[in-house]
Ligand binder design. Sequence first.
Ligand SMILES: Nc1ncnc2c1ncn2[C@@H]1O[C@H](COP(=O)(O)OP(=O)(O)OP(=O)(O)O)[C@@H](O)[C@H]1O
Ligand SMILES: [Mg+2]
Length: 308
Amino acid sequence: MTFLKINNLKVYYPIRGGFFRRVVDHVKAVDDVSFELKQGETYGLVGESGCGKTTTGRTIIGLNKATSGEIIFEGQDLTKLSRRAFHNHRQDIQMIFQDPYSSLNPRKRVLDIVAEPLRNFEKLSAAEEKEKVEYYIEKVGLNPESIYKYPHEFSGGQRQRIGIARALTLKPKLIIADEPVSALDVSVQAQVLNFMQDIQKEFNLTYLFISHDLGIIQHMCDRIGIMYHGQFVEEGTSEEIYSNPQHIYTKRLISAIPDINPENREKQVELRREVNAEYKNSYDKYFNAEGKVHKLKAISDTHSVALP
Ligand SMILES: Nc1ncnc2c1ncn2[C@@H]1O[C@H](COP(=O)(O)OP(=O)(O)OP(=O)(O)O)[C@@H](O)[C@H]1O
Ligand SMILES: [Mg+2]
């Protein structure tokens, strides 16, 4: 059984207008997307701002409603479950958010922040709850006394660890990490990413890792889906995407990663020039008459591209 399978997912946001606030149009944030996650892997969703990454993640966890399509998690279509039945699944899927400053309630102590999901799902005594929170706080590398402090008493990296502790308390199977390090200093990013890899093994987690940063995605992910305007343009293993990108949009993203090695700089400028020229000259190959990308086609067992 596939761990998580997304079939033809569409998520449209209504645009309202006029005196009666009627729906006049839709933003097609996610427009017919299909992919699957295997248990234990890290799957990366990448693409430029507004391409629909967050909407995809929020819909899987039930924060947004699917317009159509299926989200099959361990054999059950989450889009068809009642509110009550979905509640049971909420334990298995948790989300880590981009901004560790605003995602933690500043007026609550760490104990109450981390215990919040537990209180929604389990009836524990105060002592049991404290013990559990301390366990996870230590797991994420913080001092157990931290539970009596408030979010402002921690650094950005530490706050993200608190957010991760909160996500772990219900022993989830899938964690959706939406730009988990984008708000952190570069020096702290690597620490948090490595830490996420460590706990992945220990807690047997599957990650849906969302980022606009291909460098980070390459470091973290086994497989990658490249999104463009609500659709996939390419999917493959990290290796295939980097060594053999097929879609012009993927090539553009790769050519835009800054190369810190000065010896490669000239090569990169050349690559950018080539990619831009190809983009101008072969638009019709990659986009149909309506300016949309084609459907994904497999070019190997693990690599698909949106080409006619
Ligand atoms: N609540 C909403 N109502 C209407 N439109 C929305 C809403 N949320 C997102 N959108 C639109 O849907 C599209 C996809 O947004 P989404 O936040 O999923 O993109 P993203 O890939 O996560 O971008 P970013 O990298 O900036 O986080 C965008 O055009 C956005 O403006
Ligand atoms: Mg986003």
